[in-house]
Design a protein around this ligand. Structure first.
Ligand SMILES: NC(=O)NCCC(=O)O
Length: 386
């Protein structure tokens, strides 16, 4: 399945090819909600994307004008990419090649006026946790505050007046050198605003991350930036509606979901989860997935009796943005590096809350009470039998 699917460029390319033109509007309305117009992006950015072989897509999410609040227009973006060099190259050579590639893409996002940008999960390295090997992969880990990745992005954040969310493998030097899967939030002033760690660690397929780091301990932080309140729900956390919910309870207006996931495992879930979270929590979401197949030197098994293998499968990209009213952009390519940009009016969050009332009808007190009971040792499921 994954080999076959890897040849498909995108769901959208199939729709364009096979759905008759007169039916396209209806099909896209069901799949994507209200039709979005494309952003007019600068020619310089478009030619940079062409020269450097990455996709560049921009969309406009409208909101109603209000008489008591000015629009709060911001441009948000997600970057998806392949690793640049084979996983057998020295650690620093691999990392520096990614630094160079991603700096190019960030420059392009800056030309497009992006205010807040998020990179993919552990963007500085291959997704090597499938191997269960400690070395050399743990050498990619670095301090969230002073590491080379943060230093690089602090410079770019200042240069481009851009908030950058940088998901890395963190080495917590102050707390016993332990590893964590962490998104560092770097303000447009260059300050590290803080960090948000991955709350839910997968125990599925070849995602052997629990060998390397524990569940995050940073809760559901929301970062007040100059361009709105943002939060980061890292990869597997997107399967947990309560995780999404608490970022919303803390007031997030945009939640990024930097991910690394493969076709055979999760592709049918991908278009649903971040989109549903945007609807349920009246905020914008931006789901970002890496691209390509990463091959490792040593074989590993999945503990399922099937033959050993040297790759996790095809990372299918397909990054997209959803608005609180459920309208979403098409996905980026399944095979190519890319930037998805959305110009949003953050006023839409409150407009959708007023329309649908999901926050008002949320009944947090009901769930808090019942969940408290569930956690007690003597709890029994509330099932009535005849
Ligand atoms: N990176 C990560 O948590 N992947 C797990 C697989 C998935 O959630 O689709």
């Amino acid at each position: 399945m994954s080999t076959m699917a890897a040849e498909v460029e995108s769901l959208e390319s199939i729709l364009e090819e096979f759905i008759p033109t007169e039916k396209q509007k209806f099909v896209k309305h069901l799949l994507y909600g209200q039709e979005l117009s494309s952003l007019d992006l600068p020619d310089e950015a478009k030619s940079l994307a062409q020269r450097q072989n990455f996709e560049l897509k921009g969309y406009l999410f409208p909101a109603a004008p209000e008489s008591t609040r000015a629009p709060r227009i911001v441009r948000i973006a997600g970057i998806q990419n392949k690793i640049v060099l084979p996983t057998t190259e020295p650690v620093l050579v691999q990392r520096d090649a990614l630094f160079a590639r991603i700096s190019e893409l960030i420059n392009c996002a800056a030309l497009c006026g992006v205010n807040v940008l998020c990179l993919q999960e552990v963007w500085t390295m291959p997704f090597a946790f499938c191997t269960r090997e400690k070395l050399p992969w743990s050498e990619f880990a670095e301090s969230a505050l002073h590491g080379p990745t943060t230093k690089l992005l602090q410079e770019l954040a200042i240069r481009h007046n851009m908030v950058i969310v940088s998901p890395i493998l963190e080495r917590d030097e102050e707390r016993g050198d332990v590893l964590a899967n962490t998104a560092v939030v770097i303000s447009n002033t260059g300050q590290v605003l803080g960090k948000s760690r991955k709350n839910h660690i997968p125990r599925v397929g070849d995602f052997n991350e629990s060998t390397y780091y524990m569940e995050g301990d940073t809760g559901h932080k929301v970062f007040q930036t100059q361009f709105g309140k943002i939060a980061v729900n890292i990869c597997y956390g997107r399967h947990h509606p309560q995780n999404w919910m608490l970022y919303g309870v803390n007031g997030a207006e945009i939640v990024f979901n930097p991910s690394a996931t493969v076709g055979a495992l999760s592709e049918p879930l991908w278009p649903i989860e971040a989109r549903n979270a945007a609807i349920a929590n009246s905020y914008f979401t931006c789901a970002i997935n890496r691209v390509g197949t990463e091959v490792f030197a040593s074989e590993f098994t999945s503990g399922d009796g099937k033959p050993a293998h040297r790759d996790l499968g095809h990372f299918y990209g397909s990054s997209y943005v959803t608005a609180p009213d459920g309208s979403r952009t098409p996905g980026l390519s399944r095979t190519k590096d890319g930037i998805v940009i959305a110009e949003v009016d953050l006023n839409l969050c409150r407009q959708v809350k007023d329309k649908w009332g999901f926050r008002m009808t949320q009944r947090l007190e009901l769930y808090a009470k019942e969940l408290n009971e569930v956690l007690k040792q003597d709890w029994k499921p509330d099932v009535i039998t005849e």
